[in-house]
Design a protein around this ligand. Sequence first.
Ligand code: PLP
Length: 386
Amino acid sequence: MPYSAGRHFLQIPGPTNVPDRVLRAISAPTIDHRGPDFAALTDDVLAAVKPVFGTAGPVVVYPSSGTGAWEAALVNTLSPGDRVLAFETGHFAALWRDLAGNLGLDVAFVPGDWRHGVDPAVVRAKLAADPTVKAVCVVHNETSTGVTSRIAEIRRAIDEAGHPALLLVDTVSSLGSIDYRHDEWGVDVTVSCSQKGLLLPPGLGFNAVSEKALRAAKTASFPRAYWDWRPILAANERGYFPYTPATNLLYGLRESLALLREEGLPQVFARHRRHAAATRAAVRAWGLEVLSLDEREHSPVLTAVLVPEEHDADKIRALILDRFNMSLGTGLGRLAGRVFRIGHLGHFNDVSLAGTLGGVQMGLELAGVPIDADGVRAALRVLESA
Ligand code: PLP
């Protein structure tokens, strides 16, 4: 692409815009990962990351993408052939299902319409009918659809069924953006990664681990080496890792956790909810449809917008990139061409949202998508009244 003045608007739902303070932290010289300064860095980040997960327990950090952290959650707690209950909330739930199946797990996949989250009543009924289930896998925020599942209610459903299954939750696109409580909600493994609400480039994967999950790891018989929690937790005790860690991303993590602390997590969550509400106001004013259907499940971090049948969402995205230097999220899987996704998460403020929605509105008009009213104005009213 030729030079284009002004910053690129990266409004996909992750990777997100990395704050300058984090970029500067990452650019510091790499140090000896077996030297004395490194142990202080490990101690800092492992302590500071816990409140973001809402846990007092261990958090394992991998040099990996989120997919690696998915695999780690499964191979550390389960054995080949174990039965796992999962829910088709969208593209990422389906990918996690495929990964589990490829590992040799027996996945019961509850079909879904990609417009709703996991129904706690279905969790209760499925578990009551199947005492063999070893783990329930839920994607907290389904990045392909903009639907957020209600983890506290799912926890309650598991308890009401009196079922001992582990609860494994993917928070790849929710952590650091949407209220999340690993300990309070009795989650056994929380899977996450760096490139969304944690304000970092891609490259770090996370597993927050409950005591029950640590016990399960003792009897789990999946072969595991790189993903094995045990050598990592043992090395972390001394401030190190069993292999070369992503040193510069850990510098970045220390800084991004400081940014989240400075703003305050409740304020961070409220900001994401406000931007999501303003975005929905814009979409509705345009006369378009938000993909998420249940008021209780609209994602605070992204909004998937359905385009009228006769239009191709990817052509609208391409036009917006070409004319306004802004990237929006593509429709994934069965939503290809049907939706575009507006990411409103991470390093983002009211004026960033105004610019983003301005770009979308101009793109819709130029693409010939009929628009009912000024959606930007509708969104600004929501922001002004906050
Ligand atoms: N889970 C969710 C909800 C995601 O949004 C993604 C990626 O966007 C993943 C898992 C996979 O993460 P990665 O692409 O970092 O492997």
